[in-house]
Write a protein that binds this ligand. Structure first.
Ligand code: ADP
Length: 429
């Protein structure tokens, strides 16, 4: 029983509380009504009528709904603006890029580094400041300026470790205006710092200017000597017949040296032009090597060297350009005769093993080449001894021409040499 009475009592208590609350809220109006009623009674109006009117008005005031919000309506929750974080998408895109790239925020903190950057500069903890990796004040200033102005910037930068490289560094704000829609807010601004490796371009530039300097230098020496002799012949040796004879001989040699040099330079530039076109004639190397040996016999005789060829049975055919291959073997056999003169013999081996590549090897028993020079022999104008090469009518371009021709023929030059024992130049097709 007690159980069923309890809720009824509770309900009444609630109602009374609500009524008290309403009365408190409507206190000014209720007091006003009471005052008007009192005045009416004092003014001798029928007190019963006044009482009835006061009661009706008071009750209707208490029963008003609009004026009595019993419970305050909770405020309607406004939807939070959606925050768009572009980092995952931008990072995924940069991950596919093969040039080093960092993503920075507006504090120059590294938010992401791609694999190429990791390979080039080592792993960097996400959240580190850029200065933890790149200390160059020039780079940091450039990044700061871009963050402040939202304008891209670039700077050239060299790295010594792990290897010497030159980079063009560019920093630019990542424009995300297309990625966010009207109801989204951007989590943070992103800046892309990318590294373009220009080491190879710089190397080619340097090579080009070295080449021009070397070629001019090589031509200047015989030219200066020619001018000197011409002046002498015009002046002090004007009527000296013996001097004429001797000087004209030297002048002829110098002019020949200049034309050899110009011929070699022309050869190189012609080869460069067609370096990407593979030759397509079928060439039998056996008669070709025989022809080269015959052409060099007078030179070999002068030097007291014997050229011995070791050729297999049958044809040995490769795809090639006849004139260019003649030039290759002429250069190699002539070098072997000139520089390996003291060995007295030059051997030329032609190998055509069925499962192996075709190989031509030129072997001399001369003084050999110190190991540190071997990797550089095919560079233009590179000579172990300039004086030795000049005295042997060398231009320093022979092996550079050989290398160019072989590259076009998809063939390789392998040099093995031991000081005191001789050298071995192998062409592998
Ligand atoms: P060069 O016109 O000076 O002969 P090359 O390019 O043909 O130029 O050769 C470059 C240099 O390589 C030569 O100056 C010489 O010092 C060295 N060299 C080439 N062949 C031999 C060889 N068979 N033995 C020793 N040194 C050689």
């Amino acid at each position: 029983m007690g159980k069923s009475v309890e809720p009824v009592e509770g309900k009444w208590r609630e109602r009374l509380k609500a009524m008290a609350a309403r009365m408190r809220r409507e206190r000014p109006l209720l007091l006003l009504l009471a005052l008007v009623a009192l005045i009416a009674i004092v003014a001798d109006t029928d007190w019963l009528a006044v009482l009835v009117v006061w009661l009706v008005l008071s009750l209707s005031v208490l029963g008003r709904r609009t004026a009595l919000p019993e419970v305050e309506e909770p405020p309607i929750p406004q939807p939070e603006p959606l925050v768009f974080d572009p980092l995952p998408q931008v990072a995924a895109t940069l991950g596919a890029l093969d040039i080093p790239a960092f993503l920075l925020n507006s504090e120059a903190t590294v938010l992401f580094q791609n694999k190429a950057a990791e390979r080039a500069f080592g792993a960097l903890a996400v959240g580190s400041h850029l200065s933890a990796r790149l200390r160059s004040p020039g780079i940091l200033d450039m990044v700061r300026e871009t963050i402040a102005t939202e304008e891209p910037n670039q700077i050239e930068h060299s790295e010594r470790l792990p290897s010497e490289r030159v980079y063009m560094l560019r920093v630019a704000p990542v424009d995300l205006s297309q990625a966010v829609n009207g109801s989204q807010a951007l989590k943070e601004k992103l800046y892309l710092l990318s590294f373009r490796d220009i080491s190879e371009l710089r190397r080619i530039d340097r090579m080009r200017s070295d080449f021009v300097a070397n070629a001019s230098h090589e031509l200047r020496t015989p030219l200066a000597s020619l001018r000197g002799f011409i002046e002498t012949l015009q002046g002090p040796a004007r009527s000296d017949a013996a001097a004429h004879e001797r000087f004209l001989g030297i002048m002829f040699d110098q002019a020949t040296r200049m034309s050899r040099l110009v011929d070699d330079l022309m050869s190189l530039s012609r080869l460069e032009l067609k370096s990407h076109i593979a030759p397509d004639q079928t060439i039998d190397l056996k008669p070709l090597i025989g022809h080269v040996r015959d052409a060099l016999l007078p030179l070999a005789d002068d030097l007291g060297v014997e050229i011995r060829t070791h050729l297999p049975e049958g044809k040995v055919e490769v795809l090639g350009d006849r004139d260019e291959l003649v030039q290759v073997f002429e250069n190699l056999i002539e070098n072997a005769c000139k520089y390996g003169q003291e060995g007295k013999f030059v051997d030329v081996y032609l190998k055509n093993a069925p499962s192996d590549a075709v190989e031509v090897t030129v072997v001399d028993q001369g003084p050999g080449i110190p190991a540190e020079h071997v990797p550089r022999l095919t560079e233009r104008f590179y000579r172990v001894s300039v004086a030795d090469s000049r005295s042997k009518k060398g231009t320093g371009l022979g092996l550079a021409i050989v290398k160019h021709i072989l590259t076009r023929h998809r063939a390789r030059l392998i040099v093995k040499s031991e000081v005191g024992k001789g050298s071995k130049f192998t062409v592998r097709f």
